[in-house]
Design a protein around this ligand. Structure first.
Ligand code: ADP
Length: 153
C-alpha cells in the first residue's frame, strides 16, 4: 500500500494529462477579416473564440464573442470593421504549449478569466509563435467527464 490518499492519486493522474493529448483544432482568421465575417465563422465553426494569425499561422491576437458583441453596438456596417482593431493583441495573449499539463492550462483559463487558450510552438522563422491547437473550458469539461468514467461526447 502506497499510503497515498485518494486525492494525491487523483492529482498525480491529473498532472499526467497533457495539452498535446486533449487539444482541438484551432479556428483562425486574419486581422483584415471583418467583424461580420468573424461572426459568421464563429457560427459555422461552432466556436466562441477565434485566433488571429498572419502568414505562417503566426499568432497576432484573439477575438472573443464579447469583443464582437461590443463592436457590434452602435455600428451599422460590421463588414467595414477589421478584427485587427478590436482584438486582444500580442503580447497580451495567454497561451499554452504542447508539453504543458492540462491542469496548468486549466488554471491559466481560471486565473486569466478567459474561455480559450491558443496552443503554440515557436515559429520556424524564429519570429513569433505558431498556433497549433486550442484548449477551451469545454476541453477541460470533457477531460473531467472522462476521468469520472462518464461518456465524453
Ligand atoms: P467572452 O469575451 O466572449 O466572454 P473571454 O472571456 O474568453 O470571452 O474573453 C474575455 C476577453 O479576454 C476578450 O476581450 C478577449 O479578447 C480576451 N481573451 C480571450 N482569450 C484570451 C487569451 N487566451 N489571452 C488573452 N486575452 C484573451
Amino acid at each position: 500500500y502506497s499510503g497515498k490518499t485518494g486525492n494525491q492519486l487523483l492529482g498525480e493522474h491529473l498532472r499526467k494529462l497533457s495539452v498535446k493529448e486533449y487539444k482541438s483544432v484551432p479556428v483562425v482568421c486574419q486581422e483584415e477579416t471583418s467583424v461580420y465575417d468573424a461572426i459568421c465563422t464563429m457560427f459555422l465553426e461552432d466556436v466562441g473564440t477565434l485566433f488571429v494569425v498572419r502568414e505562417g499561422g503566426i499568432l497576432t491576437g484573439v477575438v472573443s464573442r464579447k469583443d464582437l458583441l461590443k463592436s457590434s453596438m452602435g455600428t451599422r456596417d460590421l463588414s467595414s470593421i477589421p478584427v485587427g482593431v478590436i482584438m486582444t493583441r500580442m503580447p497580451n495573449i495567454v497561451s499554452c504549449e504542447l508539453d504543458e499539463s492540462l491542469l496548468e492550462a486549466a488554471s491559466k483559463l481560471i486565473r486569466n478569466q478567459v474561455d480559450a487558450l491558443p496552443v503554440v510552438k515557436d515559429a520556424e522563422s524564429g519570429d513569433g509563435v505558431e498556433v497549433v491547437g486550442r484548449i477551451t473550458k469545454t476541453t477541460i469539461t470533457k477531460a473531467f467527464v472522462e476521468l469520472g468514467g462518464g461518456e465524453a461526447v
